[in-house]
Design a protein around this ligand. Sequence first.
Ligand code: HEM
Length: 357
Amino acid sequence: MLFLLGLQYFALVFSCMEAVQIFPTFKDYNKAKTDLLNLIESFKVNRDLPMIAGCVRLAFHDCIGKYKCDGCIDHTNRGNAGLKIITDRLNALYDATHKGKISRADFYALAAVVALTRSTFDAPVKYLGLKDFKVGRGDCETSPNQVQSVDPPKGIDGTRKTFKFFKDEFKFSVNEAVTILGAHTLGRCKLENSGFVGSWVDEQFSTVTQGPFTLAPTSVLDNAYYREIIDVVPWIQVTINGTQKQWQEPDSPIPNDRLPESNRTSLLLNSDMANSWIIEPIDKSGSVLCSPASQTVQCSPAAHRQAFRKQYSVHSAAHRQAFRFARDNALWVKEFTEVFNRMIEMNRYVLKKAPTK
Ligand code: HEM
């Protein structure tokens, strides 16, 4: 009897799950792709398409938390600051034209993949993740809003905390975390959102030649981020707005918030530095004891002990992977595509390949 009741219970749960899982038709899926691309193109600032970076960041933040990629963002959480403008634009399009035909979670994830595809139109290595896109994600019950169960990671976090976040949240190895962090080749930090100021990459390392019709480096997916980290040494720590630390290029000691936009230098956060160095902040502003300047510099008591024991580098376990990516753009784009797809496929439902006819 108990066994039969159990079976009935599972059948009921399963049928409810089936009922809410939406699989778009080929026509609806194609229309979603076209509308998303048009939306991304419609917000142009000089050579930049800021929706590209915004949609990619949104996909990451949507995948944090208990139900993973579920079409829900907690806009009251400080860590999500800056995403409201992106979700407002996407939700307006979704609610007007796509609701009921594709889930909001699929729509957010698809926006990111369409954005990544657009970002390499002019680049030597193309992002091809769209062909493997899967559909059928379930939205959280309160979509598009929610109370977030897990806080997004912080830019002042050091090496240990940064890699622990990716292990706990997505079961990513250090190498996979390094791979996905390269998304910071896109976009920028804003004082009013995160308290940091500047973009990670600039023309110096972009794989796209500057021209009136090519995208700005902040809208191009390439390995510029890793070349910044590996080839610009030593980075220096500066204080933004008198409160938070970020890293800037050695010849630019003036904090970006005190410079006009055109004079700002590239930035790295502690969590980006983690891709090459063992750094552990010693206070809430993110200060570290010294700047990574060479193979042998000591930047924390732990790093000091490690350097002393091994008599060589205090590079983090991530350094080798970041170095490989700095030297091979095609390799990074390929591995990024795989890891990013794995992240956006995390959902309580089993997904299916998007329709091809
Ligand atoms: C340790 C992990 C991470 C930390 C601490 C972090 C932190 C940040 C911060 C502070 C910003 C600036 C937000 C603002 O001021 O508007 C930002 C922007 C961004 N993040 Fe991350 N992030 C992390 C991982 C990721 C991942 C895994 C992705 C994507 C796969 C990602 C994609 C982006 C993008 C594209 C932007 C630029 C957004 C824009 O310009 O609108 N981040 N991130």
